[in-house]
Write a protein that binds this ligand. Structure first.
Ligand code: NAD
Length: 256
């Protein structure tokens, strides 16, 4: 379905981003990976799906590096057809104790980076009259949880950016939508499971159960594979008039 298209997925060396990259590659899209940590593993995995795999190590908190990444993607693949803004970090603390450097980093990586990648990708998408921008927000783009001020602010902001981008592209073949997962058991969430297990003196399994029971009625984690399939749907022809939605895949979290 996506043969000949190129997808740039930020933060795709791990977790949800890697799940999205795999799902898009399975549909034939070439993939530009980004993120920290192990790069060779994800790159080889994507290449094994029979598509081209590139990588750029831009730090999503640095606009100049983002510009460089977008230029490198255009140089290697011609154009970015599908942009998945996924890179994100978390920090948990009450507002009055929230470290200001963590606030700045979360806003930069989880929100501002999507503005930069979008503004740089849109001209060639509009010229081709085809493009898909998928912003990985969160159920925290729709509702709040205590101790996550920066994350909730960034994700609500990302949902707002999604709507504006969708309006500005509404008469074109470019769409912009957000995906809002509930709990997904990735390294980002495992840290929160570990913190809960340590604080309450409980096992890892018990901490996972507590985490789910508090917020997610299905009592099940959403998986990167399921989220990848939603991204594939957004890229399909059937979704060409799906514009500006914030689509939760959250086990009923936001329905409460
Ligand atoms: P993860 O920690 O597994 O992956 C994060 C990715 O972002 C990694 O590839 C990491 O290297 C990359 N990254 C981090 N900082 C970066 C930076 N400065 N520049 C470039 N890349 C950077 O986390 P995840 O759970 O897969 O999260 C992915 C996205 O999904 C995030 O935006 C997160 O907020 C969102 N999300 C996660 C959950 C969840 O439950 N895990 C729920 C809702 C939304």
């Amino acid at each position: 379905m996506l043969k000949g298209k190129t997808a740039l997925v930020t933060g795709s060396t791990s977790g949800i981003g890697l799940g999205m990259a795999r799902a898009l590659a399975r549909q034939g899209a070439n993939i530009m990976l980004n993120g920290f940590g192990d790069v060779d593993g994800p790159k080889a995995e994507i290449a094994a799906l029979g598509v081209q795999a590139g990588y750029h190590g831009a730090d999503m908190s640095k606009p100049a590096e983002i510009e460089d990444m977008m230029k490198a993607a255009a140089a290697q693949f011609g154009r970015v057809d599908i942009l998945v803004n996924n890179a994100g970090i978390q920090h948990v603390a009450p507002v009055e104790d929230f470290p200001t450097d963590r606030w700045d980093a979360i806003i930069a990586i989880n929100l501002t980076s999507a503005f930069h990648t979008s503004r740089l990708a849109l001209p060639s998408m509009k010229k081709a009259n085809w493009g898909r921008i998928i912003n990985v927000a969160s159920v925290h783009g729709l509702v709040a949880s205590a101790q996550k001020s920066a994350y909730v602010a960034a994700k609500h902001g990302l949902v707002g950016l999604t709507k504006v981008t969708a309006l500005e592209t509404a008469t074109t073949g470019v769409t912009c939508n957000a995906i809002c997962p509930g709990w997904v058991l990735t390294p980002l969430v495992q840290k929160q499971v570990d913190a809960r297990a340590a604080a309450n003196g409980i096992s890892n399994e018990e901490a996972k159960k507590q985490l789910l029971a508090e917020k997610e009625p299905s009592l099940q984690f959403t998986t990167p594979e399921e989220l990848g399939e939603l991204a594939v749907f957004f890229c399909s022809d059937a979704a060409k008039n799906v514009r500006g939605v914030a689509w939760n895949m959250d086990g009923g979290w936001a329905a409460q």
